[in-house]
Design a protein around this ligand. Structure first.
Ligand code: SF4
Length: 285
């Protein structure tokens, strides 16, 4: 199963210092979302791949049509995921259209969360959502972005994750200064590849008997492994140019196939295959 992320809005009720949302691209329209999903359905049939569609932002629940778009994706036969900060009230109806809910935990500490631009009660908010998801047998994914401000808090997050039953995957990302606030705050937040690697090794050792999937993604991985679609309905990637990450728009989804994107080398076949294998284990394809 191939994962595709659709970024439906650049609006958010948080101001995370590491955020690389596309601040100047507004909201996707519902009509465009339906066109994009329809095109993805055609691709999935022609290329013979199952798809998981991740609805991301900004905060996707701020978009008034999000439930309808997720319901439509479900109707097309896709697995569906919502990537949310959990702060907006999510209806039971919306939760029922989902296979996966992804929520971010970067630290358990109030002071770190405030410094990162989250609310004081962020962890409590996440816990509530995780409990609601458990009642509906929804799979829960936790995303953690590692910056200079929270690198010392990740061990605590690891222990917190080990204590929760319905978390099936924990993704740890190296802070990627590719766009927006992330670019503005690059000098304060940036960690080196070596620092991130050392942390990854420590956490892998701690989590080796954990039954969920631990996925550790450095900047290289993040910029080469994702099929990402922005609010205009265009594929985009982050690229290292003159030692700085830049966001590059590739073009409208209608002008591409997955095969074409993989053959062009902008997205790594090897990393995409790794992600397919991870999904295979979870969704029992
Ligand atoms: S990282 Fe997520 S929660 Fe934070 S500001 Fe960006 S979109 Fe909002």
């Amino acid at each position: 199963m191939l994962s595709v992320s659709i970024f439906v809005t650049s609006r958010c009720n948080y101001q995370c210092a590491f955020c690389y949302r596309h601040i100047d691209k507004g909201d996707m329209t519902f009509e465009r979302a339906i066109q994009v999903l329809g095109h993805l359905k055609s691709l999935s049939l022609v290329e013979g791949v199952n798809l998981k569609i991740s609805f991301a932002g900004g905060e996707p629940t701020l978009v008034p049509w999000i439930s309808n778009a997720i319901a439509y994706a479900k109707k097309l036969g896709f697995k569906t995921e919502l990537i949310t900060n959990g702060t907006n009230q999510i209806s039971e109806e919306l939760l029922k259209f989902l296979d996966v809910i992804a929520i971010d935990i970067d630290s358990l500490r109030e002071e770190t969360n405030l410094k990162l631009g989250k609310s004081r009660i962020h962890v409590l908010t996440a816990e509530n959502l995780i409990q609601r998801a458990a009642k509906l047998n929804l799979k829960v994914k936790i995303n953690t972005v590692v910056t200079k401000l929270n690198i010392l808090d990740i061990v605590e997050v690891a222990n917190w994750i080990r204590g929760r039953k319905n978390i099936y995957r924990w993704k740890i990302f190296q802070f990627l200064p590719s766009y927006g606030l992330a670019k503005v705050n690059e000098s304060v937040l940036k960690i080196s590849k070596e620092e991130f690697k050392m942390l990854g090794e420590k956490i892998s050792e701690m989590m080796k008997d954990w039954e969920g999937q631990l996925v550790i993604e450095d900047n290289e991985y993040m910029s080469s492994a994702y099929f990402s679609i922005d609010q205009t309905g265009s594929f985009y990637v982050a690229r290292l140019i003159d030692n700085k990450y830049e966001t590059i728009t590739l073009g409208r989804v209608e002008d591409f196939t997955f095969k074409k994107l993989l053959e062009s080398g902008v997205i790594s076949k090897e990393l995409v295959e790794q992600r397919i294998q991870l999904n295979k284990k979870v969704f029992l394809e």
